[in-house]
Design a protein around this ligand. Structure first.
Ligand SMILES: Nc1ncnc2c1ncn2[C@@H]1O[C@H](COP(=O)(O)OP(=O)(O)O)[C@@H](O)[C@H]1O
Ligand SMILES: [Mg+2]
Length: 453
């Protein structure tokens, strides 16, 4: 376009030159004056051309170049020219248009960034499709679930992106029936099984026409897991409570049926009932404690605790039982043991349960070693036995409530199956971790405690 203007300008210069020359020629009316006339004509032409260039060509060139920049999206440059009125008006209008465009663009960008920030920080997944069921939006939560990269999937059919027919079907139904659809519980297998509740609603344009669908995926995996754990827990508790109760009930009925007349049998039955009642009480105590720990209602009475005291105190409690069973129970403690911030009573309870288990599950002539390792940040307390060990497949679940390798054996030994779960909670409320290693040669339970709170 600029080239066109230039060509036209050159043509007009030549025309002007010709007119001025003829005019001057006529003015002087003589051949000898031709040269002078040509010279005057030349200068007059140059001057006029300069004026035209300054007032018309240069402004038009600048207007053209700024307009071209605007078309390319650069709105920062304004036209600064001195020109005649018409061009000045044009330049002002273009500058005004650029300013308005800049303002609108800023508002649109702000709006888009805000919407993007909301989508990015949503815990729920968002999928939007156009009316041809091609993906137009996937937020980071969805990309995480399906393991998609930055712009992966955009513009593609939903099924090719997520490969889940049930989900694809929900979107199709919402689009087809033009109404919101809510799924019950959708299992999505990639990359690991997760459960979602999905809401899919039609997307409406400004005039109310359907332009696509948007789906909200709420991850309910954790909630489902908790619900399952709660149901299992209630079933376990009922079972654990019913077993001693059934036994007590059975002996009571036998006593009432006449066994009470035989003092020897009656005493034996009463002793069993007494033991079962104690088991029931233990179970209820453990359950209450576990529930308090889980609710974090147990406010930690954190004070400097001397672990040597805790360990030696517990060893004293079990000394007689260990000797009776022919088990060597001993400690390996460092000379200097710093105090740890904690609750003396709760830490004693952890030691009691670990040493009790070690003695329970170690046959005669075995040994149980209790020791402490130290580093700058934490202490590690361990209880190592030479007992029956725990099969590898049971290790990951050993700290779960009521999990026992051998239920019958644990019950016979008076266990509730809650001891290790309680230990885990106590250690965790102290900011530590509990773990277990086990093999055919025995088991080692250990827990850490931070040296500072
Ligand atoms: N030192 C150990 N050696 C072998 N098995 C153990 C040991 N400590 C715990 N266990 C296993 O872990 C289970 C859970 O322990 P715990 O929660 O203390 O319950 P409980 O002692 O009441 O049976 C036990 O039933 C037992 O199977
Ligand atoms: Mg126990």
């Amino acid at each position: 376009m600029l080239k066109g203007i230039r060509q036209r300008t050159i043509a007009s210069y030549m025309l002007l030159f010709f007119i001025f020359s003829v005019f001057t020629l006529l003015l002087f009316m003589g051949i000898i004056h031709i040269f002078t006339a040509l010279l005057a004509g030349f200068w007059a032409t140059v001057f006029t051309a300069w004026i035209i260039d300054k007032r018309v060509i240069a402004p038009v060139e600048q207007i053209t170049s700024v307009a071209q920049e605007m078309a390319g999206g650069i709105l920062d440059n304004e036209i600064t020219i001195e020109a005649d009125e018409a061009l000045d008006d044009l330049a002002w209008s273009i500058n005004y248009m650029a300013r308005e465009l800049r303002k609108n663009l800023f508002c649109i960008t702000e709006e888009r960034n805000r919407a993007q920030a909301i989508l990015n920080s949503m815990a729920d997944g968002v999928i939007a499709l156009d009316k041809y069921r091609r993906v137009i939006l996937l937020n980071p939560a969805v990309k995480d679930v399906f393991g998609l990269k930055e712009n992966e999937g955009l513009g593609m059919d939903l099924i090719k992106v997520i490969r889940n027919y049930e989900l694809d079907d929900l979107f199709s139904q919402a689009l087809h029936n033009q109404k919101t659809i809510v799924s019950n519980e959708l299992q999505i297998l990639t990359p690991e099984p997760r459960f979602f509740r999905v809401h899919v609603s039609p997307l409406k344009g400004i005039n109310g026409e359907i332009i696509g669908v948007v789906g909200l995926l709420r991850d309910i995996t954790e909630r489902r897991k908790l619900e399952r754990m709660r149901t299992e827990f209630v079933a376990n508790v009922s079972h654990e409570l019913r077993t001693p109760l059934t036994s007590i009930n059975g002996f009571l009925e036998t006593l009432l049926d006449g066994a009470i007349e035989d003092p020897k049998t009656a005493r034996h039955f009463l002793e069993i009932m007494n033991a079962e009642t104690k088991r029931l009480a233990n179970l209820i105590d453990d359950l209450l404690q576990l529930s308090r720990l889980e609710d974090r209602k147990t406010v930690l009475n954190k004070q400097p605790v001397d672990l040597r005291d805790v360990i030696n105190g517990t060893i004293q409690m079990f000394k007689a039982r260990a000797e009776e069973k022919g088990i060597k129970l001993f400690t390996v403690l460092p000379d200097k043991l710093p105090q740890v911030p904690g609750d003396h009573g709760l830490l004693t309870q952890v030691m009691v349960n670990l040493i009790d288990n070690a003695i329970k599950y170690t046959p005669a002539s075995g040994q149980v070693k209790v020791g402490v390792n130290l580093n700058r940040e934490k202490v590690r307390v361990y209880v190592a036995d030479t007992g029956i060990g725990i099969p590898q497949e049971d290790l990951p679940r050993i700290f779960e409530r009521f999990y026992r390798v051998d239920k019958a054996r644990s019950r016979v030994m008076g266990g509730t199956g809650l001891g290790l779960a309680i230990c885990k909670h106590i250690v965790e409320v102290h900011g530590g971790q509990i773990e277990v290693e086990s093999g055919p040669g025995g088991s080692t339970f250990s827990f850490t405690l931070p040296l500072t709170s």
